[in-house]
Design a protein around this ligand. Sequence first.
Ligand SMILES: Nc1nc2c(ncn2[C@@H]2O[C@H](COP(=O)(O)OP(=O)(O)O)[C@@H](O)[C@H]2O)c(=O)[nH]1
Ligand SMILES: [Mg+2]
Length: 454
Amino acid sequence: MIHLASDIIAAIATPPGRGGIGIVRISGPDLGSIVAGIVGRSLVPRAATSTAFRGASGDALDEGIALFFPAPASYTGENVLELQGHGGPAVLALVLQRCLDLGARLAEPGEFTKRAFLNGRIDLAQAEAVADLISATTAAGVRAATRNLVGEFSREVESLLARLVELRMFIEATLDFPEEDVAFVQAADVAGKIQQLRQGLDSLLGRSRQGRLLLEGLQVVLIGQPNVGKSSLLNQLVGEDRAIVTPIAGTTRDAIRGSIEIDGIPLHIIDTAGLRESSDTVEQVGIARTWAEIERADMALVVTDAREPRHAEDAAIAARLPSSLPRLVVRNKIDLAGVDSRRSDLEGATAEIWLSAKTGIGVNLLRRAILEAVGAVEHTHDTFLARERHLRALAATGESLALAAAHLSPPTAPALELCAEELRRAHDALGEITGAHTADDLLGEIFSRFCIGK
Ligand SMILES: Nc1nc2c(ncn2[C@@H]2O[C@H](COP(=O)(O)OP(=O)(O)O)[C@@H](O)[C@H]2O)c(=O)[nH]1
Ligand SMILES: [Mg+2]
């Protein structure tokens, strides 16, 4: 697929501000006039040429390295020129303006990468990985984005697609022989093959969900009765006094956030107003916010006082949490209760961590338990940095495959038509990830979130 853009785009590719080096990047079908106007001589492909960058009157605007990458072996697949000069905003603006005067236009955000996609240099999931790699804030996030960028995620998607296409071809072909179809389909174990596809898809979905955590982090909400030590625990986890701690119940009203990283996984810890019946209007608003935070959270830490581990109010709070929300019970203030953090029980759905938010004893156990509870421990090495869009597409594919399978038990002739239709839907949904079938508006949406120059 060769997409020929007719115009030349240019942008400053390095971040704004002052730096040792600043790069203006230019891409288009024919850069002859730009090279001639700025460099004044032809460039050897992919060789660094030390040169002045010249303005309209021949005066040097800057000097640096010019690099020419002829199509199609360039980032965009078009002819690309990189002018690597000095990293000052004013000098870069002059060089960029010179490119515009010579016929280029200012690139839109993500337009270089969009051209790379349209020219078949990378697929859509890889294009998104470019943006994710740039915005990754942790080492684990970078590794996961890079795996997408080099196409590992796309290869897994493509391999599932290939198996799906094969199944579709088989079923569509069988439909042309209505006499034989049912027996045929049974003999070929289509149901078994759909089942295998679903397993492959589930595995990919699991690893992709995990990868998303690496990029965006996990929302962990601290909840419990007033005064059990939620704010103290936030401060202890974050390592600084973020939230106000007092012996007065009802101190925390606004949800307070602190971000930390455990083993490369970003966690956003949210301290909330303690849950109790209150006649104080401000506290009531705070408690309403607590419930709103619980709705958005990936996991809850139910903080309790270790001196009263069987408090009825704690059980009532836990019972009001959404049943699907993963949680850990924290028994705080063990320094006052006279118990040991070794009492912690990390197994099972009722995992309990005994700690002291004040002294810090047992808090490391909590860090580990959080990662384990969200399954982040075993997966950090083969995850993919999936976006919401990918997760939705994978989930939609899975739903269609489940319906396709359901139509096969038993495989009657009309049901086979329905099965074929569901497989077609699954194919569409899965194809969206790498952009095999992608509507233009989706492309606009994806690339507009890039920075200019990418
Ligand atoms: N001794 C001791 N006191 C604690 C501990 N955690 C919290 N506190 C105290 O308990 C009171 C309430 O703590 P705070 O963090 O404000 O509780 P919150 O209302 O749940 O946010 C404060 O006086 C804290 O110093 C702990 O582990 N040990
Ligand atoms: Mg508090």
